[in-house]
Design a protein around this ligand. Structure first.
Ligand code: SF4
Length: 364
């Protein structure tokens, strides 16, 4: 029998699973997990006999870091092995004095975006809440340059300081989070719980390729995280060629879902445009984007495509990154059209940990 894994359980689920113990024990264990304990032996305020009994019945974590790559720019990419042999990646991005944890939500991805290595891998399965929370814990440990001991983490939480070495979380790794929303919700319930990790929802951004029903579900039931739409282009025909999943989610429905998200109190939405040289930087794309953004509170984030060997457009042409001049000109035309525009720094290319590159090992 597979032992239940505790680190992905929100407090009430943890308490229900170990309801043979007094309620305060569940709270103690939850705090230890939040502090980074990876064994029951570290939970010094639990009697020794209980620690030993729990060790035989439950697991605290289910996955393990198998390989770690570090880019000179500060990016850390972790290759993580799951209990069933599936592999995922999680990335720590460093820049501007902030450290951002990029989490995966699926092994592989069913969306099939032509510019993304993960999309070319196909879909294996949804991740569990525990597998998502564990990525955060591994990246937090990586950001601490050697994990602080669980006892130190526990002491910080007891003083009302979660002690995070991570400033932001982006749910932009492998997979489409809104196709695994139930487990993403449970994971975020753990990560944001005030009695434990206490990570601010406003420092978490979930990125979707435009699953309309999922956006509305998020707007209705939370959590109240920030939202990013991987738009790529607002030219519907081109978008369907570049992002096959878009065939099932017409842009008018996606826009209505974004409006619903903002009516329910969601903040400014980031429209992510992966710039593909010669493909989605045309004047038609500027006009379509301006039309799509009208009536919404948005900022456009331009991300020059990060090359991945072998990826091609649907007509067989190899993809290319835009020249700096092409990217700058496109940004200028968007601004002239009245859009707010930011450009993403290139990070993590040296370890194939940049946007669209997850699933490629640096040695490949
Ligand atoms: S860009 Fe995101 S949604 Fe598209 S295939 Fe890659 S991981 Fe999936």
């Amino acid at each position: 029998m597979v032992s239940p894994v505790l680190c992905g359980l929100p407090p009430e689920e943890l308490a229900a699973l170990i309801d043979f113990l007094p309620r305060f024990r569940a709270a103690q264990i939850f705090k230890w997990i939040a502090a980074g304990a990876s064994s029951f032996g570290e939970m010094k305020n639990l009697p020794l006999a209980l620690r030993e009994a729990l060790t035989g019945r439950f697991l605290l974590r289910s996955s393990a870091v198998q390989v770690r790559y570090e880019d000179p720019d500060g990016t850390v990419k972790l290759g993580i092995g799951l209990a069933d042999g599936a592999k995922i990646e999680a990335v720590l991005l460093a820049g501007g004095g902030r450290r951002t944890a990029c989490l995966s939500t699926q092994a592989g991805c069913p969306a099939g975006c032509v510019f993304c290595k993960t999309g070319s891998l196909g879909f294996t399965r949804n991740l569990t809440s525990a597998e998502i929370v564990e990525q955060f814990l591994f990246l937090r440990e990586a950001a601490s340059h050697g994990a602080p001991s669980a006892a130190e983490g526990r002491a910080a939480i007891a003083k009302g300081r979660a002690g995070h070495a991570v400033d932001n979380i982006v749910i932009m790794g492998m997979g489409e989070p809104l196709l695994n929303l139930a487990e993403v919700r449970r994971a975020l319930a753990v990560i944001t719980c005030k009695q434990g990790m206490d990570f601010s929802k406003r420092r978490i951004t979930l990125s979707t390729c435009g699953i309309s029903a999922g956006i509305i579900d998020l707007a209705d039931k939370g959590p109240a995280v920030r939202l990013a739409l991987s738009l790529t282009t607002a030219d519907e025909a081109l978008r369907r060629r570049l992002m096959p999943i878009a065939k099932a989610h017409p842009l008018n429905e996606v826009k209505e879902a974004l409006a619903c998200f903002q009516r329910s109190g969601g903040g400014r939405i980031t429209l992510e445009i992966v710039l593909l040289g010669g493909l989605n930087t045309r004047s038609e794309d500027v006009a379509a984007l301006a039309d799509f953004a009208r009536g919404l509170d948005t900022v456009v984030n331009l991300i020059p495509w990060n090359p991945v060997e072998g990826l091609k457009a649907d007509d067989g042409r190899p993809l290319r990154e835009p020249s700096p001049g092409e990217a700058a000109a496109f940004a200028g035309r968007l601004k002239a059209a009245g859009l707010k525009v930011t450009r993403r720094f290139r990070k993590g290319r040296g370890v194939m940990g940049a946007c669209g590159q997850l699933g490629v090992l640096p040695a490949e």
